[in-house]
Structure formats: C-alpha cells, structure tokens
Design a protein around this ligand. Structure first.
Ligand SMILES: C[S@@+](CC[C@H](N)C(=O)[O-])C[C@H]1O[C@@H](n2cnc3c(N)ncnc32)[C@H](O)[C@@H]1O
Length: 270
C-alpha cells in the first residue's frame, strides 16, 4: 500500500525545495512583512513559523487549526498557501483584526474565526459546517505564561497566577482541541522559557513532558532565534548588566515543539 502523504512536496524534486527548513536550528533574521502581516501585535510570531509548518505538514485544501490565533498570522498564511483554517482567540478585539487581515489577503480558502476559550469551545458544530470532523494540522502559540499581559479576560492563560495553573490550563486546551486532529498528523507548539524570581522556568520542558504523558510522539524540538523588537534593543544594555551580575544568560531563542498524534488503537470486539 502506498504511504499516505501529508504534504504536496514532490520527493522526486526534493533538491529544489531550498525554502523548506530541515534543520532544528532556525535563524531567521528578517520577519516576512509582506501583505497583511504587520507584526504589530505584542506577542505575535513571525509568519515563517506557520508557513514552514503548513508546507511541511499539510496539503492544499486541508484544514489547519490555530487555538491561540492572536492577530491572525496563521490564517493569513493559510489564505496565501491555499489551506483552510480555523482560528480561536479569547479576545474579541484581536480576533476582529485577525479576521480583517486574513479576509483581505488574496486567496479562496475557507476561514472560520471563533471567539472563545480554547479549553471550552465545542468545535464539532464549526467543523460540521464544512462537512469535516477532523483537522490536519494544529498550531498552538499560547502566552508564555504571564510575561505579556494580553487582556483581562477570564480564561486567558496569561492571567493564571501559578505555573501549575498555567500548565493545567494549557493541558485543558490540548484535551479540548487535539481530539479533532486526524491521527498520525502533526501539531506544533510554539513556546519560550521564561525567567522569574531569579530562576529559569522551563515552560518548554514542562510542555514536552505533558505531551509525552499523553502518548504524543515527539518528532522535533526546533530552536528559533528571537528577533529583537525596537523596545528590546533599547533595554539590551540593562539586560546585559543584569545577566553579568545575576549569573544567567539572556533569552534569545524560543522553541517549536513538533509532535505527531499516534494512531488510535482499535477497540477490541468482545
Ligand atoms: C502568543 S499570542 C498568539 C499570537 C499569534 N500567534 C499571532 O501571530 O498574532 C496568544 C494569544 O492567546 C490568546 N489566549 C489566551 N488564552 C486563551 C484561551 N484560553 N483560549 C483562546 N485564546 C487564548 C490571547 O488572547 C493571545 O491573543
């Protein structure tokens, strides 16, 4: 039986795909600011992240879910790359921005924008609108716990007051959404570690453990450089001073954790 393909890459032409990254270290110095990508939402990710994941893990016409949509980077990319997309965000204002930008991007994709808490939203009714019951790729870009205060909305993972609550909140989002991922397909979690009370808090490691416990298969841990925003550049000197004094290294990377959903076990008939 032929192997089921999960992308449109023609492996007889693999040497031509120079734009597809295959290393685990991503040094991307310039964000893609083309079209409606603006990078003005504090805490957005660079479009190259969803772009790489979509090209690698989906085919044209397939469905991508982003459970923390923010300013809509993933759905703009879906529109550009001919994939259908569903985006959820708890903040109705940023969801409007996402909708405006993705809808104004050229393309014929089906796009669905959902305002709500990703740990609670019932996705069945949205999927059934399009006669589907599963998606083919999920991208998660949650708040890195409380380092950016996105909004005051109850349920926002950034507003939880302990690491344990943040991890439990994230786990609920996974439980409520990843069940809609087709088996043997991929999900990407974009997360950074943080520094708190003079300690490195390894959010990425906690999340890897959480996903392994759920039997997801860890396919890659990608380390990506963080592009400096203007604000950060101004603070560079003071952070260097603090680092030298405090015995730590300044964050200049984040992670893209790639997991594959295992094949569902068939229930034994009695
Ligand atoms: C790191 S940002 C995502 C940025 C996005 N990738 C972009 O490029 O604009 C995280 C987003 O998650 C949203 N959020 C936080 N908790 C949520 C929850 N429980 N359900 C849905 N969205 C949530 C926040 O409102 C915020 O917009």
């Amino acid at each position: 039986m032929a192997k089921k393909t999960i992308n449109d890459l023609d492996m007889t032409r693999w040497k031509e795909y120079n734009n597809i990254i295959t290393d685990s270290l991503w040094i991307i110095d310039k964000r893609d600011n083309s079209g409606l990508h603006k990078g003005d939402y504090h805490g957005n990710f660079i479009p190259q992240i969803p772009q790489q994941l979509i090209n690698r893990y989906t085919k044209k016409g397939e469905w991508v879910l982003d459970a923390f949509l923010g300013s809509g980077t993933t759905l703009i990319e879906c529109q550009k790359l001919g994939r259908n997309g569903i985006g959820i965000d708890i903040d109705p204002n940023i969801l409007e921005v996402a909708k405006e930008r993705a809808m104004a991007t050229e393309g014929n994709s089906k796009l669905e924008f959902i305002n709500g808490d990703s740990s609670k939203i019932k996705l069945d009714k949205y999927l059934s609108k399009y006669d589907i019951d599963k998606v083919n790729l999920i991208i998660y870009h949650p708040p890195y716990w409380d380092i950016i205060k996105f909004n005051d909305i109850k349920g926002n993972l950034a507003n939880l007051d302990s690491l344990d609550k943040f991890l439990k909140g994230f786990e609920k989002v996974i439980d409520n959404t990843a069940k809609y991922l087709e088996e043997e397909r991929y999900l990407g979690i974009v997360i950074g570690d943080i520094y708190k009370n003079s300690e490195w808090v390894p959010l990425s490691s906690h999340i890897i453990q959480l996903m392994l416990k759920k039997n997801y298969i860890l396919k890659s841990v990608v380390v990506k450089n963080i592009n400096e925003t203007k604000g950060k550049q101004n603070q560079k000197a003071i952070w260097r001073y603090r680092a030298l004094l405090g015995g730590f290294y300044i964050f200049n990377h984040e992670y893209i954790l790639i997991f594959k959903k295992p094949k569902e076990k068939k229930k034994k008939k009695n």
